[in-house]
Write a protein that binds this ligand. Structure first.
Ligand code: MRU
Length: 346
């Protein structure tokens, strides 16, 4: 695999199977719409921008499969596109990307592919731009010394196609010598932080420590966090932010301790058609993700489960949402209070 986590190769999408990491780096080759949908649903491919691009490749495959003698069966391809867009409901990037390539269906599979490859090439550039704006903001808001940053879930090249958003920001800060250490939430129940973020930060040579999600507030209370950086799955018109379950709790704690809470995402994660976070469909996932660990049951058989994959952080708790266009929401609440003053309250 090259630097991109998503590669188009002779009619198939080739990627790393994120379910195997960090122990097994295995390639996944997806040549049918069903395989793409299955990979998205089972989190073999995950992260808002990554599932968007994978979904667009799914439309390429559908268009090629339903073209006979150069004539595209548009109705069938559109039905396949709808199925792909519905694979996961919360991250708007999936619907956005499928919609973007849908307009090219009448022009045939090569046209859909060209649009998808444009999107893939843009992703790394967009992430780098957003990350650079976010790093500038972090350095403006925080102390002028190497920083202790907390992050939740995984927002790196696996979750995008290249560079990453919140992890991209950590890369930029590290390049500037501005990272002392990153505190990585393990991110229950599927451990995207432990399995993927720790793996990517190690690969990038960025110093980090892994912690359990429930230690985040205590780390802040004991003065071990200068700033929080996370990604997003959807940012609504009013600035509410859907992201991996647990993000809201991190935001509440950051607000309590006057610590900047910064969201880094591409413009494609913004959803101006959804007014507030209350209108977002939050995906609920299987009970088995909660009742067991590493294949071993950890709860009585048949225990009922509440397993939302995401939560919504109200915009008032978000210091800033930063995209490739700069700060698009914020800065209020925590950012207006110097970190040192908040610490003195403890
Ligand atoms: O369920 P996942 O692993 O797809 O959830 C991913 C997240 O919540 C990420 O933080 C978000 O998509 C941002 S990725 C740049």
């Amino acid at each position: 695999m090259d630097d991109s986590s998503l590669v188009w190769d002779d009619g198939a999408l080739v990627t790393i199977d994120q379910r195997g990491l960090p122990h097994e780096v295995r390639e996944l080759r997806l040549g049918t719409v069903d395989e793409i949908i299955e990979a998205i649903k089972t989190l073999a491919i995950r992260g808002a921008p990554a599932i968007g691009i994978a979904g667009a490749f799914g439309v390429v495959i559908a268009t090629a499969a339903h073209t006979v003698d150069g004539v595209v069966d548009e109705a069938r391809v559109r039905a396949e596109a709808d199925r792909i867009a519905a694979a996961r409901p919360t991250a708007v990037n999936l619907a956005w990307a499928v919609e973007r390539v849908r307009t090219r269906i009448p022009a045939g599979a090569d046209a859909v592919l060209a649009e998808t490859l444009d999107m893939l090439a843009e992703d790394g550039r967009v992430n780098r731009a957003a990350a650079t704006h976010a790093a500038d903001l972090v350095q403006r808001l925080c102390a002028d010394r190497p920083l202790r940053v907390l992050t939740h879930c995984n927002t790196g090249r696996l979750a995008t196609s290249a560079f990453g958003t919140a992890i991209g920001t950590l890369r930029v800060l590290a390049e500037r010598g501005a990272i002392e250490n990153v505190l990585v939430d393990e991110t229950r129940p599927l451990l995207q932080g432990a399995r993927l973020t720790a793996w990517e930060l190690a690969e990038a040579g960025i110093p980090h420590r892994l912690t359990i999600d429930s230690a985040a507030a205590w780390a802040m209370a004991t003065g071990q966090v200068d700033c929080v950086l996370v990604g997003a799955d959807r940012v609504t018109a009013n600035g509410d932010v859907a992201n991996k379950i647990g993000t809201y709790a991190v935001a509440l704690a950051a607000h309590r301790h006057g610590i900047p809470f910064i969201v880094v995402a591409p413009e494609s994660t913004r959803d101006p058609n959804t007014a507030t976070g209350r209108d977002i469909v939050v995906e609920e996932r299987a009970a088995a993700e909660v009742t067991g660990f590493g294949g071993v049951a950890t709860a009585p058989a048949d225990t009922e489960v509440f397993n939302p994959a995401f939560d919504v952080t109200p915009g008032e708790l978000v210091t800033a949402v930063v995209t490739e266009n700069g700060v698009v929401h914020g800065t209020n609440s925590a950012a207006t209070q110097p970190v040192s003053a908040a610490r003195a309250e403890l």
